[in-house]
Design a protein around this ligand. Sequence first.
Ligand SMILES: Cc1cc2nc3c(=O)[nH]c(=O)nc-3n(C[C@H](O)[C@H](O)[C@H](O)COP(=O)(O)OP(=O)(O)OC[C@H]3O[C@@H](n4cnc5c(N)ncnc54)[C@H](O)[C@@H]3O)c2cc1C
Length: 309
Amino acid sequence: MILVIGGGFSGVYIAKRLGATLISPHDYLEYTPGILRLFGPKDSSLLTIPFSKIGIEHVCATVTKVDETHVYFGKKKMGYDTLIICTGAKFREPVSGNKVFSLYNIKDVFNAKKGLNKLRSVGIVGGGLVGVETAAELAHYHPHLDITIYDKNMCKQLCKGSRSYIKSWLKKQGIKNKREYVVSTDFHDRYFVCAGIVPNTSFLPSAWLDNNGYVKVNDYLQVSNNVYAAGDIISSNAHKTAQNAELQAKIICSNLLGKNKKYKIENGVIITSLGPYNAVFEYKGFMLKGLFPAILKWLIERIVLWRYK
Ligand SMILES: Cc1cc2nc3c(=O)[nH]c(=O)nc-3n(C[C@H](O)[C@H](O)[C@H](O)COP(=O)(O)OP(=O)(O)OC[C@H]3O[C@@H](n4cnc5c(N)ncnc54)[C@H](O)[C@@H]3O)c2cc1C
């Protein structure tokens, strides 16, 4: 029996390819890279595919414990011969309270969107790619908002050219950047946290985890002989992206199908959206900006979702 935990990019890919049973609290795959567009009028059904359409066997549950032989949820347990853990991550919350909203899935974005038209100012905690994309969507769909991104070093994973284009574009939209960390929620009406991630691994044996809670894997993405892990949860220097989650999923499938493939980090293309009609494409220092990368990002969304069906 092959069990997969977590119905995101890596888990769904593996469950489909290996015909494994997938344990997930929801019965659909969602296209996380597109969810911030839901700050506008986009229909969320365009970003999800039900597992029934993908054709995978699904157990609806949140796993609360795992050991060397079983997976536990509620009062039930399931035995496994091979286990693949793909439970992703969530955003760290450097501040908390009822003004603070996370943005890791569609439900989060719908919560964060409620009542925005009555608010005046918002703070974005973290100026990574998600923080910048959030600010850009808000500026486009909710132009009445006064938006401030808090980060000492915005978009640090991008090259100098992309960073300076993004910074000047944000400035033109009236989006402010404060080079400080947020320690209180007194200043804005609402805060969106996207300042680094924590892996969803609290239900795993501590011996499987590194000091930061990520799952330790070898070059073959194995935790032990019959346990594997992929995606945002693994202890690796690879960027935490959907592309990398899928690449790791492919390696695990190949290894379980008898090949002996090592995982090699490949950090691919990054496309940062600046609202619906502008984006910055970057690959190995090459950069392209404007409408074309925005169209490309949308095309990738449609192709990836179509491939999972
Ligand atoms: C707003 C946003 C924009 C992004 N944009 C991009 C982008 O443009 N390009 C890109 O490549 N990447 C992007 N990413 C990152 C990308 O979405 C993640 O790297 C990718 O989803 C990781 O895939 P995964 O399979 O590890 O986990 P996920 O896709 O996060 O899936 C994990 C699943 O596990 C489930 N789960 C968690 N705990 C349990 C449990 N105990 N039991 C059962 N199930 C559980 C969760 O419900 C979830 O469905 C973005 C992320 C965000 C939040």
